[in-house]
Design a protein around this ligand. Structure first.
Ligand code: TMP
Length: 225
């Protein structure tokens, strides 16, 4: 099973990821926990270029290709092998972030992005995407506070420093994608505190995992009547 977590800056998805891993591990899942950009050693070098606030002159196409390069390495080195071994892969951001940030928010051509996705991902797609949704002002206030408190490095703040309307387009973009693929996406209201959000995620995950378990079980019974 392949699960991705998405949301605007300050949506709390990285904190909730830890709770999600605990939920899955408790059910016996062998989890690979990873993130984009920067899931691999090569990816971490790409990440530092992408998020460096000094890189104000980065062309949008350069940005797109660096995210694609990070993902090409990430899928080949980690994700594809783990899925082939039957592990549960959980990634803090994945390809939807490119469609939303570089496509909807930055304005790059969506067809070009789709073609790149085809090249980089082949047929691979997440089974489930949890979208942590909240008002942009709330998310950005949290994200900037995390930088002030030192919980997030200023050297990774290039996106937090984008204008408000950029982040509004990101939020809307994610909601648009969720509307286009309602079977894959689950939207979680992330405006509440950590416990409230975790409880919402737990309810969603319980129902998905029960359904998967039942489907798997009935499939096995059919195979071995
Ligand atoms: P994060 O580690 O806090 O999620 O930061 C990663 C940043 O990179 C975040 O601002 C979103 C951005 N991003 C893109 O613009 N495109 C992408 O494809 C990905 C994976 C992330």
């Amino acid at each position: 099973m392949f699960i991705t977590l998405e949301g605007i800056e300050g949506s709390g998805k990285s904190t909730q990821l830890r709770h999600l891993v605990a939920m899955l591990a408790a059910r016996g899942h062998d989890c690979l926990v990873t993130r984009e950009p920067g899931g691999t050693p090569i990816g971490r070098k790409i990440r530092s270029i992408l998020l460096d606030p000094d890189n104000t002159g980065m062309a949008p196409l350069t940005e797109l290709l660096l995210y694609a390069a990070d993902r090409a390495q990430h899928t080949r080195e980690l994700i594809f092998p783990a899925l082939a071994q039957g592990r549960t892969v959980i990634s803090d951001r994945f390809w939807d972030a490119t469609t939303v940030y570089q496509g909807y928010a930055r304005g790059l051509n969506l067809d070009v992005i789709r073609q790149l996705h085809r090249l980089v991902l082949a047929e691979c797609k997440p089974d489930l995407t949890l979208l942590f949704d909240l008002p942009v002002a709330v998310g950005l206030a949290r994200a900037l506070q995390a930088i002030d408190k030192g919980a997030r490095m200023d050297s990774e703040s290039r996106f937090e420093r984008e204008r408000l309307d950029f982040h509004e387009r990101v939020r809307k973009g994610y909601l648009t994608l969720a509307g286009l693929e309602p079977d894959r996406f689950r939207i979680i209201d992330a405006a509440g505190d950590e416990t409230a959000v975790r409880n919402k995620m737990q309810t969603i995950m319980n129902s998905i995992l029960e359904k998967n378990h039942t489907a798997h079980h009935s499939h096995q019974t059919q195979e071995n009547p």
